[in-house]
Every structure is written in structure tokens, then in C-alpha cells.
Design a protein around this ligand. Structure first.
Ligand SMILES: Cc1cc2nc3c(=O)[nH]c(=O)nc-3n(C[C@H](O)[C@H](O)[C@H](O)COP(=O)(O)OP(=O)(O)OC[C@H]3O[C@@H](n4cnc5c(N)ncnc54)[C@H](O)[C@@H]3O)c2cc1C
Length: 151
């Protein structure tokens, strides 16, 4: 059976690939640059850690209060709290590099294949799709058959 192709192995793609791999579906992640770190504040709601079975070791800091400074020097204080106080009244601050790497590696451990290359073309037919990609190192063009694509 041809795999599902997931283009982009950042947080969204790697999570999709991990979900498919856990369900026993063959899956290939195509990522143009695994060393790329997405510009991101790294703020994640705590519920994501239970929902996506992520370890708390990925949390570098728990933020309960924030001060927002405007250019006109107004300062607003924000308390991170729900309607009902719980022990999850914080924002988890994460290092995006570690966060993405963890989810990507977990998907690979569960059976996903990671290819470092840039998608350049997709051709659909009645049986699936042919993806053309350029390998990151060497730049050779390669083709891959897939049943469908997640981008
Ligand atoms: C400045 C900034 C701050 C942010 N702060 C926060 C925050 O604090 N909290 C929060 O939850 N969200 C934040 N976000 C939003 C968050 O970064 C995005 O919602 C999230 O990264 C989207 O994930 P994604 O996997 O869909 O896409 P992306 O993270 O953008 O990943 C796309 C991946 O696809 C790869 N790719 C692209 N084209 C190709 C191709 N042709 N072939 C192969 N691979 C390809 C890229 O290299 C990349 O790895 C912030 C965003 C920005 C810009």
C-alpha cells in the first residue's frame, strides 16, 4: 500500500504523521529543512499536553502573570486564569526547536518515514498522487507515490 504523504514536518505535519503511524497507516513526512526553527512565541495551553500526550519536560516555564507594555508606555497586567481556578491556570512556554523535534522523532519511532526534501510538484490521478521533490543535500529530483497528501 502506498503511504500517505505529509508535506512539512513541523508541529502540524508531525502530529498528523504520528497519528497515522500509531493507527498503522504507512506515512512519509517530507520536510524541506529539519534544522529550520519556526519563528514562534512558544506559548502553548496546558490542555495540549494531555490532548496530544506530550511530556511536561517540554515546558521551559509556566507563566501565571504577564505584563504587556505598549509603545505609549501603558502597562497592562494579565493574570492567566480560567473562570474556575484550576492547577492548569498557566501558559506553558516551550522552545519551539525542542517541541517540533520531539513530535517529529516520536512519529519516526512509531513508524513514519522522514525524508528531507522540498516538494516541487504534485500530480493527481485516479489511484493517488505522484509527488516530485528535490532532496535537500545534492538537490536531485525524486518521485514518490502516495495515496493522498496532507499539506
Ligand atoms: C511570530 C510568531 C509567533 C507565534 N507564536 C505562537 C505562540 O506563542 N503559540 C502558538 O500556539 N502559536 C504561535 N504561532 C503560530 C504557530 O507558529 C503556527 O500556528 C504553527 O507553527 C503552524 O504549524 P504548522 O505545522 O501548520 O506549520 P509550520 O510550523 O509553518 O510548518 C510548516 C513546515 O512545512 C515545511 N515546508 C513548507 N513548504 C515545504 C515544501 N514545499 N516541501 C517540504 N516542506 C515544506 C516548512 O519547512 C515547515 O517546517 C506564532 C507564529 C508566528 C509567526
Amino acid at each position: 500500500m502506498d503511504p500517505v504523504l505529509v508535506v512539512g514536518a513541523s508541529v502540524g505535519g508531525a502530529t498528523a504523521a504520528d497519528t497515522l503511524a500509531r493507527a498503522g497507516v504507512p506515512v512519509v513526512m517530507l520536510e524541506r529543512d529539519t534544522s529550520y526553527v519556526k519563528p514562534c512565541g512558544g506559548a502553548v495551553p496546558p490542555v495540549a499536553f494531555t490532548e496530544f500526550d506530550l511530556p511536561e519536560t517540554l515546558i521551559s516555564r509556566k507563566v501565571h502573570h504577564a505584563l504587556v507594555h505598549s509603545p505609549s508606555e501603558r502597562v497592562v497586567e494579565i493574570e492567566v486564569a480560567g473562570v474556575h481556578h484550576t492547577d492548569q491556570d498557566y501558559i506553558a512556554m516551550c522552545c519551539r526547536e525542542e517541541f517540533d523535534r520531539y513530535i517529529r522523532q516520536r512519529a519516526v519511532q512509531r513508524g513514519a518515514t522522514l525524508i528531507e526534501g522540498q516538494l516541487v510538484d504534485l500530480t493527481f490521478d485516479k489511484d493517488g498522487v505522484t509527488a516530485t521533490y528535490r532532496e535537500r543535500f545534492g538537490g536531485a529530483r525524486q518521485q514518490l507515490r502516495a495515496v493522498t497528501v496532507i499539506g
